[in-house]
Write a protein that binds this ligand. Structure first.
Ligand SMILES: [Mn+2]
Length: 351
Protein backbone atom coordinates (compact mmCIF):
# COMPACT_ATOMS: atom_id res chain seq x y z
CA UNK A 1 0.00 0.00 0.00
CA UNK A 2 1.55 3.28 -1.02
CA UNK A 3 1.60 6.21 1.32
CA UNK A 4 -1.63 8.19 1.41
CA UNK A 5 -1.40 11.92 1.21
CA UNK A 6 -1.48 14.24 4.18
CA UNK A 7 -1.45 17.41 2.11
CA UNK A 8 -5.07 18.12 3.04
CA UNK A 9 -3.98 18.87 6.60
CA UNK A 10 -0.25 19.62 6.33
CA UNK A 11 1.14 22.19 6.63
CA UNK A 12 -2.04 24.25 7.19
CA UNK A 13 -3.07 22.60 10.45
CA UNK A 14 0.35 21.61 11.77
CA UNK A 15 3.97 21.59 10.70
CA UNK A 16 4.15 17.82 11.22
CA UNK A 17 1.97 15.03 12.48
CA UNK A 18 3.03 12.38 14.98
CA UNK A 19 1.50 8.95 14.40
CA UNK A 20 1.65 5.89 16.62
CA UNK A 21 -1.56 3.95 15.96
CA UNK A 22 -1.15 0.84 13.79
CA UNK A 23 -3.89 1.84 11.34
CA UNK A 24 -2.58 5.35 10.75
CA UNK A 25 1.01 4.14 10.51
CA UNK A 26 -0.13 1.70 7.86
CA UNK A 27 -2.29 4.17 5.98
CA UNK A 28 0.09 7.12 5.94
CA UNK A 29 3.47 5.37 5.68
CA UNK A 30 2.74 1.86 4.37
CA UNK A 31 4.36 0.26 7.43
CA UNK A 32 2.21 -2.61 8.70
CA UNK A 33 4.34 -3.70 11.66
CA UNK A 34 1.98 -2.12 14.15
CA UNK A 35 4.55 -0.57 16.46
CA UNK A 36 6.50 2.54 15.68
CA UNK A 37 6.44 6.32 15.69
CA UNK A 38 6.03 8.31 12.49
CA UNK A 39 6.71 12.01 12.25
CA UNK A 40 5.38 13.18 8.91
CA UNK A 41 5.54 16.54 7.24
CA UNK A 42 4.31 17.75 3.89
CA UNK A 43 7.14 16.25 1.86
CA UNK A 44 8.09 13.12 3.72
CA UNK A 45 9.22 12.47 7.23
CA UNK A 46 10.57 9.82 9.55
CA UNK A 47 9.55 6.43 10.79
CA UNK A 48 11.18 5.40 14.06
CA UNK A 49 11.11 1.68 14.77
CA UNK A 50 13.04 -0.71 16.95
CA UNK A 51 15.23 -3.48 15.57
CA UNK A 52 12.37 -5.98 15.39
CA UNK A 53 10.84 -3.95 12.57
CA UNK A 54 13.74 -2.33 10.71
CA UNK A 55 13.80 -4.71 7.74
CA UNK A 56 10.04 -4.65 7.37
CA UNK A 57 9.88 -0.86 7.65
CA UNK A 58 12.53 -0.44 4.95
CA UNK A 59 10.67 -2.85 2.68
CA UNK A 60 7.24 -1.36 3.14
CA UNK A 61 7.88 2.36 3.04
CA UNK A 62 9.05 4.55 0.19
CA UNK A 63 8.97 8.22 1.06
CA UNK A 64 9.88 8.25 4.73
CA UNK A 65 13.31 7.89 6.28
CA UNK A 66 13.46 4.83 8.51
CA UNK A 67 15.46 5.34 11.68
CA UNK A 68 16.17 2.49 14.06
CA UNK A 69 15.84 3.42 17.70
CA UNK A 70 16.73 1.52 20.84
CA UNK A 71 16.49 2.12 24.55
CA UNK A 72 19.74 4.12 24.64
CA UNK A 73 19.16 6.56 21.77
CA UNK A 74 15.37 6.86 21.79
CA UNK A 75 15.15 10.00 23.92
CA UNK A 76 17.93 11.75 22.06
CA UNK A 77 16.46 11.00 18.63
CA UNK A 78 12.91 12.03 19.50
CA UNK A 79 14.21 15.18 21.17
CA UNK A 80 16.20 16.07 18.09
CA UNK A 81 13.25 15.71 15.71
CA UNK A 82 10.40 16.99 17.86
CA UNK A 83 11.91 19.97 19.62
CA UNK A 84 12.39 22.24 16.56
CA UNK A 85 8.75 21.92 15.49
CA UNK A 86 6.42 24.86 16.14
CA UNK A 87 3.27 22.77 15.84
CA UNK A 88 2.73 19.04 16.02
CA UNK A 89 -0.48 17.24 15.16
CA UNK A 90 -1.29 14.13 17.15
CA UNK A 91 -3.86 11.39 17.57
CA UNK A 92 -5.65 12.40 20.72
CA UNK A 93 -8.14 9.60 20.21
CA UNK A 94 -5.41 6.95 20.23
CA UNK A 95 -2.68 8.07 22.63
CA UNK A 96 -2.99 7.39 26.33
CA UNK A 97 -2.37 10.36 28.61
CA UNK A 98 0.88 8.70 29.67
CA UNK A 99 2.10 8.18 26.11
CA UNK A 100 1.19 11.75 25.20
CA UNK A 101 3.14 13.11 28.17
CA UNK A 102 6.07 11.00 26.98
CA UNK A 103 6.15 12.92 23.68
CA UNK A 104 5.15 16.30 25.08
CA UNK A 105 8.32 16.50 27.18
CA UNK A 106 10.45 16.65 24.01
CA UNK A 107 8.61 19.72 22.70
CA UNK A 108 6.85 21.39 25.63
CA UNK A 109 6.72 24.77 23.87
CA UNK A 110 5.23 23.53 20.60
CA UNK A 111 1.54 23.73 19.81
CA UNK A 112 0.11 20.23 20.06
CA UNK A 113 -2.90 19.97 17.78
CA UNK A 114 -5.58 17.32 17.98
CA UNK A 115 -5.97 15.71 14.57
CA UNK A 116 -7.69 12.36 15.15
CA UNK A 117 -10.87 13.48 13.42
CA UNK A 118 -9.00 14.98 10.45
CA UNK A 119 -6.94 11.82 9.98
CA UNK A 120 -10.05 9.68 10.13
CA UNK A 121 -11.79 11.84 7.55
CA UNK A 122 -8.86 11.35 5.19
CA UNK A 123 -9.41 7.59 5.38
CA UNK A 124 -13.16 7.73 4.58
CA UNK A 125 -13.00 7.44 0.79
CA UNK A 126 -11.25 4.22 -0.17
CA UNK A 127 -8.79 3.68 -3.01
CA UNK A 128 -9.32 0.84 -5.48
CA UNK A 129 -6.52 -1.07 -3.75
CA UNK A 130 -8.28 -0.72 -0.41
CA UNK A 131 -11.62 -1.69 -1.93
CA UNK A 132 -10.13 -4.91 -3.23
CA UNK A 133 -8.96 -5.80 0.29
CA UNK A 134 -12.40 -4.97 1.72
CA UNK A 135 -14.14 -6.99 -1.01
CA UNK A 136 -11.96 -10.01 -0.29
CA UNK A 137 -12.33 -9.62 3.49
CA UNK A 138 -16.11 -9.60 3.20
CA UNK A 139 -16.08 -12.53 0.77
CA UNK A 140 -14.04 -14.56 3.27
CA UNK A 141 -16.68 -13.87 5.93
CA UNK A 142 -19.49 -14.82 3.56
CA UNK A 143 -17.82 -18.08 2.53
CA UNK A 144 -17.15 -18.96 6.16
CA UNK A 145 -20.77 -18.29 7.10
CA UNK A 146 -22.10 -20.52 4.35
CA UNK A 147 -19.68 -23.25 5.38
CA UNK A 148 -20.85 -23.09 9.01
CA UNK A 149 -24.61 -22.97 8.33
CA UNK A 150 -25.07 -26.78 8.19
CA UNK A 151 -23.60 -27.05 11.68
CA UNK A 152 -26.18 -24.79 13.31
CA UNK A 153 -28.68 -27.08 15.01
CA UNK A 154 -30.37 -27.79 18.31
CA UNK A 155 -27.83 -28.78 20.98
CA UNK A 156 -24.80 -27.03 19.50
CA UNK A 157 -23.36 -24.27 21.71
CA UNK A 158 -22.85 -20.64 20.76
CA UNK A 159 -19.14 -21.07 21.50
CA UNK A 160 -18.89 -23.94 19.02
CA UNK A 161 -20.52 -21.88 16.27
CA UNK A 162 -18.26 -18.88 17.00
CA UNK A 163 -15.18 -21.11 16.90
CA UNK A 164 -16.25 -22.64 13.58
CA UNK A 165 -16.84 -19.24 11.99
CA UNK A 166 -13.40 -18.04 13.06
CA UNK A 167 -11.74 -21.25 11.93
CA UNK A 168 -13.39 -21.11 8.52
CA UNK A 169 -12.33 -17.47 8.05
CA UNK A 170 -8.77 -18.25 9.08
CA UNK A 171 -8.59 -21.14 6.62
CA UNK A 172 -9.64 -18.77 3.86
CA UNK A 173 -6.89 -16.23 4.44
CA UNK A 174 -8.03 -14.12 7.37
CA UNK A 175 -5.26 -12.96 9.71
CA UNK A 176 -7.68 -12.63 12.62
CA UNK A 177 -11.09 -11.36 13.60
CA UNK A 178 -11.95 -7.69 13.17
CA UNK A 179 -13.81 -7.78 16.52
CA UNK A 180 -14.96 -10.40 19.00
CA UNK A 181 -17.28 -12.76 17.19
CA UNK A 182 -20.88 -12.45 18.34
CA UNK A 183 -23.07 -15.54 18.38
CA UNK A 184 -26.17 -15.08 20.54
CA UNK A 185 -29.22 -17.33 20.59
CA UNK A 186 -32.73 -17.37 22.01
CA UNK A 187 -33.30 -14.83 24.78
CA UNK A 188 -29.63 -13.78 24.45
CA UNK A 189 -30.23 -12.57 20.89
CA UNK A 190 -31.95 -9.54 22.44
CA UNK A 191 -28.46 -8.33 23.45
CA UNK A 192 -27.07 -6.64 20.31
CA UNK A 193 -23.47 -7.21 21.42
CA UNK A 194 -23.85 -10.22 23.68
CA UNK A 195 -21.07 -12.74 24.02
CA UNK A 196 -21.21 -16.38 22.95
CA UNK A 197 -21.01 -18.89 25.78
CA UNK A 198 -21.99 -22.47 26.58
CA UNK A 199 -25.66 -21.85 25.89
CA UNK A 200 -27.00 -24.51 23.56
CA UNK A 201 -29.20 -23.73 20.59
CA UNK A 202 -32.80 -24.60 21.42
CA UNK A 203 -35.97 -25.11 19.44
CA UNK A 204 -37.48 -21.75 18.49
CA UNK A 205 -34.26 -19.76 18.91
CA UNK A 206 -33.13 -16.92 16.78
CA UNK A 207 -29.35 -17.21 16.32
CA UNK A 208 -27.65 -13.91 15.53
CA UNK A 209 -24.10 -14.09 14.21
CA UNK A 210 -22.13 -10.85 13.82
CA UNK A 211 -18.53 -11.35 12.79
CA UNK A 212 -15.70 -10.17 10.62
CA UNK A 213 -12.17 -10.94 9.62
CA UNK A 214 -9.06 -8.99 8.76
CA UNK A 215 -7.52 -9.36 5.33
CA UNK A 216 -4.32 -7.44 4.53
CA UNK A 217 -5.15 -5.09 7.37
CA UNK A 218 -8.72 -4.42 6.24
CA UNK A 219 -11.77 -5.39 8.26
CA UNK A 220 -14.98 -7.10 7.26
CA UNK A 221 -18.32 -7.00 9.04
CA UNK A 222 -21.56 -8.89 8.50
CA UNK A 223 -24.52 -10.13 10.50
CA UNK A 224 -27.09 -12.78 9.78
CA UNK A 225 -29.86 -14.09 12.00
CA UNK A 226 -31.29 -17.55 11.41
CA UNK A 227 -34.12 -19.36 13.19
CA UNK A 228 -33.95 -22.91 14.48
CA UNK A 229 -36.91 -25.28 14.76
CA UNK A 230 -40.39 -23.83 14.98
CA UNK A 231 -40.82 -20.10 15.50
CA UNK A 232 -43.81 -17.94 16.38
CA UNK A 233 -45.76 -15.61 14.13
CA UNK A 234 -44.33 -12.66 16.04
CA UNK A 235 -40.75 -13.83 15.48
CA UNK A 236 -41.52 -14.05 11.79
CA UNK A 237 -42.96 -10.51 11.81
CA UNK A 238 -39.88 -9.19 13.61
CA UNK A 239 -37.58 -10.83 11.08
CA UNK A 240 -39.48 -9.53 8.06
CA UNK A 241 -39.56 -6.02 9.57
CA UNK A 242 -35.79 -5.96 10.07
CA UNK A 243 -35.24 -7.32 6.58
CA UNK A 244 -37.48 -4.66 5.05
CA UNK A 245 -35.73 -1.95 7.06
CA UNK A 246 -32.36 -3.24 5.93
CA UNK A 247 -33.42 -3.25 2.27
CA UNK A 248 -34.86 0.28 2.66
CA UNK A 249 -31.60 1.46 4.21
CA UNK A 250 -29.59 -0.07 1.39
CA UNK A 251 -31.78 1.47 -1.28
CA UNK A 252 -31.29 4.92 0.27
CA UNK A 253 -27.49 4.77 0.37
CA UNK A 254 -25.86 6.55 -2.55
CA UNK A 255 -23.48 9.43 -3.20
CA UNK A 256 -24.94 12.76 -2.06
CA UNK A 257 -27.18 11.33 0.67
CA UNK A 258 -26.55 12.29 4.31
CA UNK A 259 -25.69 9.59 6.83
CA UNK A 260 -28.80 10.44 8.81
CA UNK A 261 -31.06 10.06 5.77
CA UNK A 262 -30.06 6.42 5.38
CA UNK A 263 -30.62 5.87 9.10
CA UNK A 264 -34.02 7.51 8.89
CA UNK A 265 -35.18 5.40 5.94
CA UNK A 266 -34.47 2.14 7.77
CA UNK A 267 -35.65 3.37 11.16
CA UNK A 268 -38.98 4.47 9.72
CA UNK A 269 -39.82 0.92 8.65
CA UNK A 270 -39.18 -0.34 12.18
CA UNK A 271 -41.08 2.55 13.79
CA UNK A 272 -44.05 2.12 11.46
CA UNK A 273 -44.22 -1.55 12.43
CA UNK A 274 -44.40 -0.51 16.11
CA UNK A 275 -40.93 -1.68 17.09
CA UNK A 276 -39.19 1.72 17.21
CA UNK A 277 -38.41 1.39 20.92
CA UNK A 278 -36.46 -1.80 20.23
CA UNK A 279 -33.94 -0.39 17.75
CA UNK A 280 -31.54 1.59 19.90
CA UNK A 281 -28.34 1.78 17.86
CA UNK A 282 -27.33 3.54 14.64
CA UNK A 283 -27.97 2.06 11.23
CA UNK A 284 -24.31 1.67 10.34
CA UNK A 285 -20.71 2.81 10.33
CA UNK A 286 -17.72 3.09 8.05
CA UNK A 287 -15.29 0.18 7.78
CA UNK A 288 -11.67 0.12 6.70
CA UNK A 289 -8.45 -0.45 8.61
CA UNK A 290 -10.65 -0.11 11.70
CA UNK A 291 -13.90 -1.95 12.23
CA UNK A 292 -15.65 1.26 13.25
CA UNK A 293 -14.64 4.39 11.40
CA UNK A 294 -16.25 7.32 9.64
CA UNK A 295 -18.77 7.94 8.23
CA UNK A 296 -21.53 7.06 10.67
CA UNK A 297 -25.03 6.31 9.49
CA UNK A 298 -26.67 7.62 12.65
CA UNK A 299 -29.69 9.83 13.33
CA UNK A 300 -27.28 12.77 13.77
CA UNK A 301 -24.82 12.19 10.94
CA UNK A 302 -24.55 15.16 8.61
CA UNK A 303 -21.80 13.51 6.56
CA UNK A 304 -22.48 13.56 2.83
CA UNK A 305 -21.84 10.10 1.41
CA UNK A 306 -19.30 9.95 -1.40
CA UNK A 307 -18.39 7.26 -3.93
CA UNK A 308 -15.97 4.65 -2.51
CA UNK A 309 -16.93 5.13 1.10
CA UNK A 310 -17.59 1.73 2.66
CA UNK A 311 -20.38 1.48 5.23
CA UNK A 312 -22.50 -1.11 6.98
CA UNK A 313 -26.29 -1.21 6.99
CA UNK A 314 -27.42 -3.12 10.08
CA UNK A 315 -30.83 -2.42 11.56
CA UNK A 316 -32.14 -4.64 14.33
CA UNK A 317 -35.02 -5.25 16.69
CA UNK A 318 -34.19 -6.50 20.19
CA UNK A 319 -36.93 -7.44 22.62
CA UNK A 320 -35.76 -8.33 26.12
CA UNK A 321 -36.43 -11.98 27.07
CA UNK A 322 -37.98 -12.70 23.67
CA UNK A 323 -34.97 -12.30 21.39
CA UNK A 324 -33.68 -10.19 18.57
CA UNK A 325 -32.81 -9.97 14.91
CA UNK A 326 -30.11 -8.02 13.10
CA UNK A 327 -29.17 -8.17 9.43
CA UNK A 328 -25.99 -6.45 8.28
CA UNK A 329 -24.36 -5.97 4.91
CA UNK A 330 -21.21 -4.04 4.13
CA UNK A 331 -21.49 -1.90 1.01
CA UNK A 332 -19.45 0.46 -1.11
CA UNK A 333 -21.16 3.75 -1.94
CA UNK A 334 -21.39 4.47 -5.66
CA UNK A 335 -22.58 7.44 -7.70
CA UNK A 336 -26.09 6.00 -8.08
CA UNK A 337 -26.38 3.44 -5.29
CA UNK A 338 -24.21 0.75 -3.80
CA UNK A 339 -21.99 -2.19 -4.57
CA UNK A 340 -23.05 -4.76 -1.96
CA UNK A 341 -19.93 -6.56 -0.75
CA UNK A 342 -21.98 -9.07 1.27
CA UNK A 343 -23.11 -11.73 -1.17
CA UNK A 344 -25.19 -13.79 1.24
CA UNK A 345 -28.99 -14.37 1.04
CA UNK A 346 -31.08 -12.71 3.75
CA UNK A 347 -34.45 -14.44 3.42
CA UNK A 348 -35.58 -15.97 6.70
CA UNK A 349 -33.75 -19.25 7.05
CA UNK A 350 -35.37 -21.76 9.41
CA UNK A 351 -32.95 -24.57 10.17
MN1 LIG B 1 -21.14 -3.53 12.13
Amino acid sequence: MSRQTLTAILPQKAEAVLLTSPHNLRYFTGFSGGEGVALLCEDGGYLFVDSRYTTQALEETTDVTVIEIHAKNREEILQKHLSPLKSIGYEEGQLTVGAFDGFLKFAPKSDWIKLSQDLEELRMVKTEEELNCLRRAEAIGAEAFLAVLPQIKIGVTENEIAAEIEYQMRKRGSSGTSFETIVVSGYKSSMPHGKPDYKKIENGDFVTMDFGCVYQGYCSDMTRTVAVGSITKEQETIYQTVKEAQVQGLSTIRAGVLGKEADFAARKVIEDAGYGAYFGHSLGHGVGLLIHELPNLSPRSETVLKPNMVVTCEPGIYIPKLGGVRIEDMVCVTEDGIENLTQVPKDLLIL
